[in-house]
Design a protein around this ligand. Structure first.
Ligand code: NDP
Length: 402
């Protein structure tokens, strides 16, 4: 296999990790370009990595013509989109125009409605097929590794999977009163939405953060976990139609929830514009401007993340319970890349998914969610690139967030 060029868009917390990991994976990526709206941020990352194989550029990824020009000049084989979900469709257009593969970590959402779903990107299926290009959607940790974990369980441990609980714990402490671990605007839009889960062939809605219970996480212990809608549920119930129930749980501390409630109550999480001193501002965008950047949280961050999939189903006529997870240490991520664990657990799979496509282990013309690919080559390398995983068959039932 000949190593090829990769273009990373977005020099935030995740972009930093993707750049580190692409440079490390020299067998697959010959040259790496990190392009972002604010070039100085890409330059700061490049200065830390300090590799002659890494270059930087300025690009507004909402401007398709500008991105097309950059792609034509650099000639990458794949674009890794770790800017914001708002850029997804523009970058898919630029890839189609230039004949380049595409990968992202979060599905499209329109800036003026807090609603994320795959429909907009799945609609590109025929165009990617006709162009003979691969688009990989949602290849971070969740979505991303959680879909690969589910595919791995279905392939190796079950004849049929029946229930899926994705459990996502950040037991870390960044020492700030309130901060989000990935882009604050996207994060707050996600968790202030109504909850949703799949059961018996349909979606059920819950009030935001109204359903919660303690879940016991490996090496962490019990943590209050909140039922949320998370984007991988949409593709997983479609790709694993035997699933009778699929839910997603995420931990939040009491302090975090209290801050969020206050911000919501005073209107700071609104995404509709208000007039302030004669000009329009969106309160949530203003809030983002005053909160710490995810990329700045790494220093002094202690504790671990712990994310896994609890699956039940049938194997050889017997009920089976299975749990597969990764724990990741914030301080170790910081020592290696200057990033905190949430950026790290997203950036490693994004690099590895792109490596799967360029090495021909994942691919095919069209638009794909990660669980549609063979999980084996991806999981064979995930540990080597920093995210070792552990599986347990017949995992004790008390882990179940019943
Ligand atoms: P950050 O806010 O730290 O970084 C986003 C970067 O994108 C910033 O550098 C920003 O530039 C850049 N950007 C924004 N708009 C444009 C544009 N129009 N053109 C070019 N660059 C642009 O966010 P994170 O790194 O934390 O998150 C990145 C992505 O990863 C998000 O989409 C997030 O949803 C996703 N994510 C996925 C996870 C998963 O597990 N699947 C988990 C965590 C995050 P500037 O600095 O100028 O603002």
């Amino acid at each position: 296999m000949t190593a090829q060029r990769v273009l990373i868009i977005g020099a935030g917390g995740v972009g930093n990790v993707v750049a580190h990991k692409c440079v490390q994976n020299e067998a697959v990526f010959s040259e790496v370009m990190l392009a972002s709206r604010t070039k100085a941020k890409a330059d700061a990352i490049a200065a830390r990595i300090n590799s002659p194989r890494l270059s930087t550029a300025a690009v507004d990824a909402d401007n398709v013509a500008e991105t097309v020009e950059l792609i034509r000049a650099f000639k990458p084989a794949i674009v890794i989109n770790v800017a914001l979900p708002y850029q997804d469709l523009h970058l898919m257009e630029a890839c189609l125009e230039t004949g380049v593969h595409y990968l992202d970590t979060a599905n499209y959402e329109p800036p003026d409605v807090a609603k994320f779903e795959y429909s907009w990107q799945w609609a590109y299926q025929d165009r990617f097929k006709e162009r003979g290009l691969t688009a990989v959607l949602g290849c971070g940790f969740d979505p991303g590794v959680t879909g690969v974990f589910t595919a791995y369980a279905a392939k190796h441990h079950f004849d049929e999977i029946h229930t899926l609980d994705i459990v996502d714990c950040n037991a870390g402490d960044h020492g700030k009163a309130f901060a989000t671990n990935f882009n604050p605007e996207i994060n707050i839009r996600e968790i202030t939405q109504r909850g949703r889960y799949w059961e018996n062939g349909q979606w059920h809605e819950t009030d935001p953060l109204s359903v919660h219970r303690p879940v016991t996480y490996p090496e962490v212990g019990p943590r209050e976990s909140y039922l949320l809608f998370h984007e991988e549920l949409e593709s997983l119930v479609k790709n694993f139609p035997t699933l009778r129930r699929a839910r997603f749980w995420m931990t939040f501390s009491e302090t975090y929830i209290t801050h969020l409630r206050v911000l919501e109550n005073v209107g700071m999480t609104r995404i509709d514009p208000v007039i302030y001193e004669g000009r329009e501002i969106v309160p949530l965008q203003f809030l983002k401007a005053v909160l710490p950047e995810p990329a700045s949280l790494g220093e002094g961050y202690s504790g671990q993340t712990s994310i896994g999939c609890q699956i039940r189903g049938i194997k050889d006529g017997q009920e089976r319970t299975y749990f597969i997870h990764n724990n990741c240490d914030h301080a170790a991520c910081y020592r290696e890349t200057g990033a905190q664990g949430v950026s790290y657990t997203t950036g490693v799979p994004a690099m590895l998914g792109a490596a799967m496509v360029l090495s021909g282990q994942w691919g095919g013309a069209g638009v794909w969610n990660v669980e549609q690919f063979d999980p084996d080559p991806f999981l064979a390398q995930l540990g080597e690139f920093g995210l070792p995983w552990v599986e347990q068959v017949g995992y004790p039932i008390e882990f179940e967030p019943a």
